[in-house]
Design a protein around this ligand. Structure first.
Ligand code: GAL
Length: 983
């Protein structure tokens, strides 16, 4: 073996000995799976590789075994890794940028196995060796003969094995290199993982079979007819029994059909048969066009309510089971998501079958990203270098050829973050020629010379608004500018970075998408946190992120920025997104006693939905029923009068004596089971308050505060000599005092594009270490007044905080506290929160509240918060962000009771409401923690009662908190009540 034997590793060439790419087809031709255990050895570099790896006689009995498909770095997890370790970088290459060269320290996996195709394997025809995905570069031998080599980690590769196959035992050997020239083209923001991580197989190709085909299935919305034509080099017939179609390959048939859309994924089973092979297809008839400057399917503008999906599993990395793929789509569909961008590579082919079946619009993206060149000013970026042309075209061909028969795919994407260059333009040109039926997407081409949609990422609301109005800044070339401005639609291929707590500002984006026809929606970044399940020393499981495997260069938790946690539990961000993009809008008018229902679907009417109403009084249901709504056509609105039972239930007479706030809710649920959700699953909802004051105004008594030694008592309350509440009844309390800090969120910390977070995040203003100086404690007939100055070391900024305590005239055991706040000095930064913090006995861990819920909500993430009565344990009220940060605040809480197991405890009352957080650890603990297992419960509960919190925004990558959701220091006052039962 010489060094030149490895030339392919550092060659720009996409591979040698490979067969032309073709569609992934379901055929009755024989398939032999090579999945399962292979012999495996990890070499540290090329000089450490095995001489004679390909030799069938090589004794590999001492080698370990490794499963195909898998990535070798994931082996051994969640315990100890066995072969190298995952490593995470976002944009930087984890090796010197010197294309096409890669480091000598190039971990190389050597795989071997034997197989016997058996006596039944067809004796005629050919047999292809097929790899669905090998990361990043490999060479393959069969029975000692080299078949070739390949690159393109997320693309299929086939070799002709026929001449070298034997009856009986065959030996296959594969050498997989972690780094190769191809690594320069695969700089996606994800873990670097290697190996044969998708399935491998031998597939029989019968003589006179159907190696490839391209099914064109258009739909003419004017006639309601579909036209099917199957293009193939093979001879054979195409039948669609349900449609009575029986035509030759190459012929077309036009018949009345039900079209395929993401809302109505109507598929027709078809068979394409030659004399020797039958291929099964699922045909969806639809036509995608850019027309009138809009992206239209079947003649209609569609609105993309999308997500960017990487393939991820916390235990197996990018090797996914079909169940996991289905689960992703089920969760998406249940949360009103209708589109997926396969960021940033073609997914496992089975995922696309599921997209066809369950119904989502797909942008299928080529496996291409050269982002790391940005750090050297895009010098030598492969996108513009002729020696990479073939690799670019090869990747595009393999993307389109494999996936061309999926109705779900409505656009091809050239790749991601690879700047601009002729090679990209060439990919586009090739794809348009091969498949005129699908527009081309690529975000990096802002001038939009070779794309069919103007695509951007993280444009803020204001810019999106300008784009909607077509008043955005001009591009360099006037002709391109005119094309972009007038002829093509706009999408945000990435927006709303779902990292940690957030994303905030989704509602405001959605309004823009609804307002401007040109803005056809977007794809939230991203679907899932790529956390890796690990165990710490004491066996506690947690999700690892960049740096947790000792990588010298990494991008920390930027890898955990999904709408679902690594274990696919929906995050609050997903619940918010579901509400914001709900396809049906419901507006309840108490004055008109009507419900206005607007159908925001693009195609379907509302016949698949059942509408229900309910009336709640103080969070207790008093009546409910059905709302008869005629099927509302797509884009139409219906006005429905309240039915008599709802009128009666909502009438003033129906309000009981002890009436609290009364609310009417209307909900739209599935009539019947869908493949992705059961009947009764809620799609949309709305609620409106009909009456009841938010909360009774505090009635303050004139109870005297009494000083006794070092204590002060007032009604049921006991204070220390400095006027701090120490007990209420027999509940020990570390009394409430002003709190202005929160554990920074990812969005606070990363503050993107200059809207950096703030002086409070950098801690320079010391909100995290406030000192409370008591200036005066005044006991009077009407209660207790404590005057304080709250400031931090090193600064003279301060808040005057005056606490007025009094009892309640009507309710013994109740106290009112009004806090008056006066900023002193120049508070030229936003406040993360403004409120009170107290500590309570740990036993009060059962919480019931009336207000927003059930999940967390902040000023700009509150669409999904419903007013109601909720119960949860303190543990359940924590949101386990992979990187711990502020979480769990409930909004608009009118009252909250914290009780022990027997129901005794303390009630906090709003006047009218407050934002409510309770945790078993402090804010400081939360801010110091790097992983969930760093959070250790203390022996107290820590409660925050906030007048307001700063919004969340999405500045970890994108716009910060919108002005209307920012919290500024200002003179203010707020009131809360505390109540304990009196003995
Ligand atoms: C984009 C990129 C994504 C991801 C995101 C931030 O620029 O396309 O892959 O890195 O930023 O999470």
């Amino acid at each position: 073996m010489t060094r030149t034997d490895f030339d392919y590793v550092e060659s720009e060439s996409p591979g040698t000995g490979r067969l032309d790419p073709r569609a992934a087809l379901t055929s009755d031709a024989a398939v032999f799976s090579l999945d399962g255990d292979w012999r495996f050895r990890l070499a540290s570099g090329l000089t450490d590789t095995t001489e004679g790896l390909e030799n069938p006689d090589l004794d590999d009995s001492a080698w370990d075994t490794l499963a195909v498909p898998s990535s070798w770095q994931m082996t051994g997890l969640p315990g100890e890794t066995r072969y190298g370790a995952p490593a995470y970088t976002n944009t930087v290459y984890p090796f010197p940028v010197d294309p096409p060269r890669v480091p000598d320290a190039n971990p190389t996996g050597e795989y071997r196995r034997t197989f016997d195709l058996g006596a039944d394997w067809p004796a005629t025809g050919r047999t292809f060796l097929r790899f669905e995905g090998v990361d990043s570069c490999f060479a393959v031998w069969l029975n000692g003969i080299r078949l070739g080599d390949g690159k393109g980690s997320r693309l299929a590769t086939e070799f002709d094995a026929t001449p070298h196959l034997k009856a009986g035992e065959n030996t296959i050997a594969v050498r997989v290199h972690q780094w190769s020239a191809a690594s320069y083209l695969e700089d996606q923001d994800m873990w670097w993982l290697s190996g044969i991580y998708r399935s491998a197989s031998l597939v029989h190709r019968p003589d006179a079979g159907i190696p490839d085909l391209f099914a064109h299935a258009d739909f003419d919305h004017r006639t309601g007819e579909g036209t099917l034509r199957v293009e193939s080099d093979a001879d054979g017939r195409v039948t669609v029994p349900e449609l009575g179609i029986d035509i030759a390959i190459g012929e077309s048939a036009t018949v009345a059909v039900e079209p395929w859309t993401a809302e109505t994924p109507r598929l027709y089973d078809a068979v394409v048969a030659s004399g020797t092979e039958r291929v099964s297809l699922r045909i969806g008839f639809r036509t995608v066009k850019i027309e009138d400057g809009l992206l239209k399917v079947n003649g209609k503008r569609i609105l993309l309510r999308g997500v960017n999906r990487h393939e991820w599993d916390p235990d197996t990395g990018r090797t996914l089971s079909v169940e996991t793929m289905r689960r992703d789509l089920e969760i998406m569909k249940r949360h009103n998501i209708n589109a997926v961008r396969t960021s940033h590579y073609p997914p496992d082919k089975r995922f696309l079958d599921l997209c066809d079946e369950l119904g989502v619009w797909v942008i299928d993206e080529c496996d291409l990203e050269t982002h790391g060149f940005v750090h050297i000013g895009w010098k030598g970026n492969p996108s513009g270098e002729p020696q990479w042309r073939e690799a670019y075209l090869d990747r595009m061909r393999r993307t389109v050829e494999r996936d061309k028969n999926h109705p779900a795919i409505i656009m091809w994407s050239l790749g991601n973050e690879s700047h601009t260059g002729d090679n990209l333009a060439a990919m586009s040109e090739w794809a348009k020629g091969r498949d005129p039926g699908r527009p081309i997407h690529y975000e990096g081409d802002w001038d939009s010379g070779y794309v069919d949609v103007y695509s951007r990422m993280y444009a803020d609301h204001a810019e999106t608004d300008r784009i909607g109005q077509k008043t955005e800044a001009a591009t360099t070339d006037p002709a391109l500018d005119a094309h972009r401005r007038d002829e093509i639609p706009f999408i945000l291929c990435e927006y709303a970075h779902a990292m940690g707590n957030g994303p905030g500002g989704l509602s405001e984006y959605q309004r823009l998408f609804e307002q401007y026809p040109r803005c056809q929606g977007g794809f939230v970044w991203e679907w899932i946190d790529h956390g890796i399940r690990r165990r710490n020393e004491d066996g506690t499981e947690f999700f690892a992120y960049g740096g947790d495997f000792g990588e010298p260069l990494h991008d920390a938790n930027f890898i955990t920025d999904g709408l679902v946690f690594p274990d696919r539990t929906p995050s609050p961000g997903l619940l918010e997104y579901k509400k914001v993009i709900e396809p049906v809008q419901i507006a309840i008018s108490p004055s008109g006693q009507t419900v206005v229902i607007t159908n925001g679907y693009d195609f379907t009417d509302t016949a698949h939905l059942r509408f229900t109403w309910s009336v709640e009084d103080g969070g207790e249901g008093t009546a409910s029923g059905e709302l008869t709504v005629p099927a509302v056509a797509a884009g139409q609105t219906a006005f429905v009068e309240w039915p008599e039972p709802l009128r009666a239930a909502a009438s003033p007479e129906a309000a009981g004596d002890a009436s609290g706030e009364r609310w009417v809710s209307v909900s739209a649920v599935l009539v019947k089971d869908e493949p992705w959700a059961e009947a009764g699953h809620e799609i949309a909802w709305s609620q409106t308050q009909i009456d009841g004051a938010a909360a009774a105004a505090p009635t303050r008594s004139t109870t005297e505060a009494v000083v006794a030694g070092r204590e002060i008592s007032l009604g049921a309350a006991t204070f220390d000599a400095l006027g701090r509440l120490t007990a209420l009844g027999d509940i020990a309390i570390d009394g409430p005092r002003l709190d202005l800090w929160r554990a920074p969120t990812d969005n606070d910390l990363l503050g993107w594009g200059g809207n950096v977070s703030d002086k409070w995040v950098t801690r320079e203003v010391g909100l995290d270490r406030l000192e409370h100086k008591v200036l005066d404690v005044e006991t009077a007939d009407s209660g207790l007044t404590v005057t304080t100055r709250v400031g931090a070391a090193s600064t003279d900024l301060a808040m005057g905080a005056v606490y007025h305590w009094s009892t309640d005239t009507e309710t013994p055991g109740r106290l009112w506290l009004t806090v008056e706040i006066t900023p002193e000095g120049d508070w030229d930064f936003v406040l993360p929160r403004l409120g009170l913090r107290a500590a309570l006995p740990k036993t009060l861990g059962n919480v019931t509240w009336f207000g927003g819920g059930p999940g967390e909500a902040y000023a700009d993430t509150r669409a999904a918060a419903r007013v109601g009565r909720y119960s949860a344990t303190v543990a359940e009220m924590q949101t386990p962000y992979v990187f711990p940060q502020e979480n769990g605040s409930r909004i608009d809480v009118r009252w909250a009771k914290l009780a022990d197991e027997s129901g005794n405890g303390l009630t906090v009352l709003g006047a009218p409401d407050f934002a409510f957080t309770v945790r078993p650890w402090t804010t400081e603990d939360l801010a110091a923690a790097k992983h969930t297992h760093d959070l250790v419960e203390r022996d107290r509960l820590y409660v925050n009662l906030d007048q307001a919190l700063q919004g969340v925004g999405t500045a970890s990558c994108g716009p910060g908190v919108l002005p209307q959701h920012r919290l500024h220091a200002a003179a203010t006052s707020f009131t809360v009540g505390f109540e304990v039962p009196v003995r």
